[in-house]
Design a protein around this ligand. Structure first.
Ligand code: MLT
Length: 266
């Protein structure tokens, strides 16, 4: 996989295909491998680019300083400028979606469309923030394994947990590889993120919202309310998926993205 240096940090990314750039941003505590199926399927028509955010996957961590969703959006913009990938279609899963809202506020003219996957616009509740602090303690004392163990039942349905051992192994391997320091920074960034609900009505680009019908972190009702608030939006509910729909039901996600892209992007 290629990499480039942004602000003295190595940013790793996967890239395939030619055409309009389709940029795929992973969630927490994940990396760009969650988009492997989308990269393979959609690169027949698009230039698909899936970076590892700073500190995740094979990208270097931010030098001794925590990040925010806004600073991640700045890094992404510098990255996309360097690889000449604007304007682009930006897709973000969960934390990647939180970052996409920050990106849309800062760099709206560099976007052709948005794809919001298993994500939400609201900030953490006080209980949610307390939960983040507990998880930060867990990561400090126990590393990434207990974090992965807590997240797995939210990422994929109980049916897949029982019947798809290879998927379980792949998702666990990605989460357990996430460095504890990155986990800590990402939890703090998500805990302190802004509420983007007021910004939804002014999103001017075509937007596709995708959500797993069993997503416990960002449930379909939350996706419905984003759909109502974003003017040019479509909603696609993925059957048989929890939070990590791109890996659990890749064909349905690919089809939803392909249909949206061909109908909205001229
Ligand atoms: C993610 O998938 O990025 C996170 O689970 C989102 C969150 O914890 O809010």
């Amino acid at each position: 996989m290629p990499n480039i240096t942004i602000n003295n940090q190595k940013i790793n990314y996967n890239e395939k295909g030619r055409g309009l750039p389709l940029v795929l941003i992973h969630g927490f505590p994940l990396d760009n491998r969650i988009w492997d199926s989308q990269l393979a399927a959609l690169s027949d028509k698009y230039r698909v680019i899936a970076p590892d955010l700073p500190g995740f996957g094979q990208s270097q961590p931010p030098p001794k300083s925590p990040f925010t969703l806004e600073s991640l959006a700045d890094t992404l913009h510098a990255f996309l400028t360097q690889v000449k990938a604007t304007p682009c279609i930006l897709a973000g899963l969960s934390m990647g979606g939180y970052m996409s809202f920050a990106y849309e506020r800062k760099f709206p003219t560099t976007l052709k469309a948005l794809i919001l996957v298993d994500t939400k616009a609201e900030a953490d509740t006080p209980e949610g923030k307390a939960g983040r602090n507990k998880m930060i303690e867990t990561a400090r004392t126990g590393g990434s394994k207990p974090i992965a163990a807590t997240m797995l039942p939210k990422m994929i349905t109980s049916d897949s947990q029982q019947n798809r051992p290879q998927l379980v192994q792949q998702v666990n391997a990605i989460m357990e590889a996430c460095p504890p320091q990155t986990i800590e920074y990402a939890l703090a960034a998500m805990r302190d993120r802004s509420d983007y609900r007021d910004c939804l009505p002014s999103i001017a680009v075509p937007t596709l919202i995708i959500v797993g019908d069993n997503d416990p972190i960002t449930p379909p009702a939350v996706a419905e309310s984003m759909h109502k608030a974003i003017p040019h939006s479509k909603l696609n509910i993925i059957k048989g998926a929890a939070h990590l729909s791109t890996m659990e039901q890749p064909e349905q996600v690919n089809q939803a993205m392909r249909q949206f892209l061909s109908s909205m992007i001229k």
